[in-house]
Design a protein around this ligand. Structure first.
Ligand SMILES: [Zn+2]
Length: 273
């Protein structure tokens, strides 16, 4: 699963609204939706690969043509907060209000109701799965508890990620506010991600790569993604799919589920779709 978290301007604004006056910082964030997304859409089209874009409501409102282009390319758009809020600092009522607001915006701008949710910063609250089921979301892609999808206790499908398969840790940098680290060489990152992919392929896992267009839309990193996807497709049995399709597949194929888990509670019945 290729995920693009289009945080753009909200990367800075969710930290501090006053950062809106930092022109260089904001231009770096805007590079994602303005330059990175069109370039990445071009690559996905060239490779004929579908992807899932998690877009904060604020970003969808600010860049409606980007939303149109993502949908026109055959990709999925999922929820990612309104202003990329950290859920851990919200009450349940605040979290639900943001969920409803971003659901309304994305439904209106994409023409269909989103099926998936990726928490900003990957962190969810104990009540998040019940809010997602209450509002008819099909899956969450925020936890890190396995390397194949699994069910939350209420039957919600989780498509788990991991920090190693994220571009922020490899490429993010800003001087002030201080973000990230020294940007890594693409060759090292290819090696990191490819080794994990190859091993996950052997173990029969679900490889979930999370990229940010303001980072991975830079030219050498678009080349990196092209090399990675091209190599991945040469492996037998690889299925590149949108989150919505992965959640559906998992619901309908019990054999895809993890059998060996020492702490597993009796498995909940899958929610009827
Ligand atoms: Zn994000």
């Amino acid at each position: 699963m290729l995920c693009f978290d289009v945080d753009g301007e909200t990367t800075a604004l969710s930290e501090n609204a006053a950062l809106a006056s930092r022109r260089t910082l904001m231009s770096q964030c805007e590079y994602g939706p303005r330059i990175g997304v069109p370039r990445l859409l071009g690559l996905l089209k060239h490779l004929e690969v579908p992807a899932t874009f998690f877009v904060p409501g604020y970003m969808a409102e600010k860049h409606p043509r980007m939303v149109e282009a993502i949908i026109a390319g055959g990709h999925e758009i999922g929820l990612h907060g309104y202003l990329h809020e950290k859920l851990a600092y919200l009450t349940e009522a605040e979290e639900e209000a943001i969920l409803l607001r971003s659901l309304e915006i994305l439904t209106r701008l994409t023409g269909s109701r989103p099926a998936g949710f990726r928490a900003p910063w990957f962190e969810i609250n104990p009540w998040t799965p019940s809010l997602l089921v209450k509002h008819n979301l099909a899956y969450c892609a925020s936890e890190m508890g396995d390397d194949v999808p699994y069910f939350h206790e209420n039957g919600l499908v989780e498509i788990p990620g991991q920090w190693m398969l994220e571009d922020w840790e490899q490429f993010a940098f800003n001087a002030d506010p201080a973000w990230g680290f020294v940007p890594e060489n693409c060759e090292k990152v290819f090696d990191l991600w490819w080794r994990e992919f190859e091993a996950m392929h052997d173990f029969g896992c679900c490889f979930v790569l999370t990229l940010h267009p303001w980072l991975s839309g830079r030219p050498s990193r678009v080349r990196l993604l092209e090399s990675l996807v091209t190599a991945m497709r040469e492996k037998p049995g690889v299925w590149l799919a949108r989150g919505r399709e992965i959640a559906d597949y998992f619901q309908n194929h019990p054999a895809a589920r993890r059998e060996l888990d020492f702490d597993a509670a009796p498995k909940p019945e899958p929610a009827k779709s």
